[in-house]
Design a protein around this ligand. Structure first.
Ligand code: SF4
Length: 110
């Protein structure tokens, strides 16, 4: 039996590895979508002034707020682009609305 992997075997191994990675990423995305939505009366949400609709933030009350700031362009947002509800690093186990905002918003570079 040959000790070296021929080109066909190498390609088959790469395809299998790539398929495994895609399956794992798909499973993580599906798991994330099953998480509950963050409630605005959640104690941490209240502490960070999370708003489900960033357009309703009172700019006089929150001096750092700018109208273009949304969870969708915040550095802390995770998950799949295009999903309305996505994980946020600050609220583990919950999903935030991508149109939302909270007072620790940080603009995503780029
Ligand atoms: S940290 Fe960013 S993504 Fe998370 S709730 Fe606040 S504004 Fe939204």
């Amino acid at each position: 039996m040959s000790e070296t992997m021929n080109r066909r075997e190498a390609l088959a191994a790469l395809a299998t590895a790539a398929g495994t990675l895609v399956a794992a990423a798909t499973a993580r995305a599906a798991d994330a979508k099953a998480l509950p939505h963050l409630a605005v009366n959640d104690p941490t949400a209240v502490a960070l002034a999370y708003h489900e609709d960033g357009a309703k933030v009172d700019a006089k009350q929150f001096a750092t707020y700018k109208p273009e700031q949304r969870c969708s362009n915040c550095l802390q947002l995770q998950g799949q682009a295009g999903d309305t509800w996505r994980p946020c690093n600050l609220f583990p186990g919950k999903l935030v609305n991508t149109n939302g905002w909270c007072k620790v918003y940080v603009k995503k570079p780029g």
